[in-house]
Design a protein around this ligand. Structure first.
Ligand code: ASP
Length: 441
């Protein structure tokens, strides 16, 4: 059994957190490849080390004195090292970093030092080998991640290393300069390592006990999802649920490696298992509920639209020419609605309208803004009768007016459009009818 284990910033923010991480790793000898983030927030208005590094680098670029900023960052690590009772000095590392900052070695280099240094500390604490991702994570000349080259090099390099710490978030370009993934990119490193070593599972440790059924800012203490498929997760993430870095799914999904989201502060909780497919019965009919505000509907009406060949194509072409992608396109016999992101649409609104008039000569064309879309996602819905009925009556009871309905052909999701102001009430009503009532029945 081989596990790749990634820890997020809050799991490594202090010596106390690091000790929990050490206990987790030592409790299972399959946890062999460890991918740390940089130290995150210790309390809610704390600053992440990655942000301190960016700020420090930007100050250096403005020609400001950075010694006190460097000392503060050094202090974060010193506190951890001393708290762990390690005999490790980062003085030389910080002298080098200060020099590189002053010589403007790049923002990516600057940010990457958070993970690099945390990797050194964790490797010393665990007695694992430190492997610098600058040697095994490759970006091409244009700065795009080169997955196949990385895969080959990493597989070869890790083949004979039994226990390693590989810092997250960065790699290097062909000329050796440091390049990072986008923010939250340690998730991607973990996934790439899991693929390279053919891990049995990729554990991603954070500060919640898994993927939540819905946004905890809207429903207090939502249930944790036990098992979710990659497709369900994709639907939820697209609609705003934040779980993992988007690019972290692909490398492991390709190899059929499950991801287990776990909580460093509650290691006894099983967390959420993200899998390609499963015959496990979902705990609830609905796996998750997510949504976003800020959509606009463009309603087009024309008699005999249904018999006009190429009508839909001409409509969408207008959007394409204006570089606006559409989210949904529900239609009736003589009506067609296109839903777009309001923020992308507003400035091009009048050009699109005149383009539509020219392209399809509608009888009427009107628009409605300030709409929210809610995705109700669940592989369990397919087998259940009356899911849509329950959903709509719940919204009716909550006095939410439904502006649009769209059920994907896979029956994996139902999308409802409501007014922005009804968004939270709608989510609560859906949660109640599918989760709370199933819990109590
Ligand atoms: N430390 C980086 C960030 O704050 C990367 C990560 O934590 O995944 O975005």
């Amino acid at each position: 059994m081989k596990k790749v284990v990634k820890f997020g910033g809050s799991s490594l923010a202090s010596a106390g957190q690091m000790k929990k991480v050490g206990d987790i790793i030592r409790s299972d000898e399959a946890r062999r490849y460890i991918v740390p983030s940089a130290p995150g927030k210790r309390f809610s208005d704390d600053t992440k080390v990655t942000d301190m590094l960016y700020q420090c680098y930007d100050a250096a670029a403005r020609g400001e004195e950075i010694d006190s900023r460097i000392a503060q960052i050094h202090g974060r690590y010193r506190e951890i090292i001393e708290g762990l009772g390690l005999n490790l000095s980062l003085d030389d590392e910080f002298a080098l970093i200060t020099d590189y900052f002053k010589r403007q070695a790049g923002r990516d280099y600057a940010a990457s030092r958070g993970e690099y240094l945390n990797g050194l500390v964790l490797a010393a604490y665990l007695g694992f080998r430190f492997v610098d991702p600058a040697e095994i994570i490759c970006f091409d000349e244009r700065g795009n991640f080169d997955s196949e080259k990385t895969h080959e090099i990493m597989r070869e390099r890790l083949k004979n290393i039994e226990y390693a710490v590989i810092p997250g978030f960065y790699g290097a370009m062909p000329d050796g300069s440091i390049k990072t993934f986008s923010r939250g990119g340690s998730d991607v490193t973990g996934s790439v390592v899991a693929r390279a070593v053919r891990a049995d599972v990729y554990e991603n440790w954070t500060d919640v006990s898994g993927v939540l059924v819905t946004d905890p800012h809207i429903v207090s203490n939502p249930e944790v999802i036990e098992t979710i498929t990659y497709r369900e997760l994709r639907e939820l993430s697209y609609m705003g649920a934040t779980v993992l870095h988007e690019d972290a799914i692909f490398p492991v999904r390709k190899e059929g490696i499950p991801i287990n989201i776990r909580n460093t502060n509650r290691p006894e909780d099983p967390g959420t298992l993200i899998v390609e497919s499963t015959c496990r019965q979902p705990r609830f009919t609905v796996t998750g509920i997510a949504g976003k505000k800020g959509f606009c509907a463009i309603n087009i009406e024309k008699d005999m639209m249904n018999s006009e060949l190429g009508f839909g194509r001409r409509v969408l072409q207008v959007f394409e020419e204006n570089e606006i992608s559409f989210e949904h396109m529900p239609s009736g016999i003589d009506t067609l609605t296109v839903l777009v992101h309001q923020s992308e649409f507003v400035e091009k609104e009048q050009t699109v309208i005149s383009g539509l008039h020219r392209a399809v000569h509608p009888d009427t064309l009107d628009m409605e803004g300030d709409l929210a879309l809610i995705a109700v996602v669940g592989r369990g819905m397919k087998a259940k009768k009356g899911t849509a009925g329950l959903l709509f009556s719940a919204l009716a009871h909550a006095r939410v007016n439904i502006k649009m309905i769209d059920q994907g052909s896979s029956e994996l999701n139902i999308i409802v459009g409501v007014r922005n102001e009804d968004f939270e009430a709608a989510i609560r009503a859906i949660y109640d009818v599918f989760i709370t009532s199933e819990l109590t029945s």
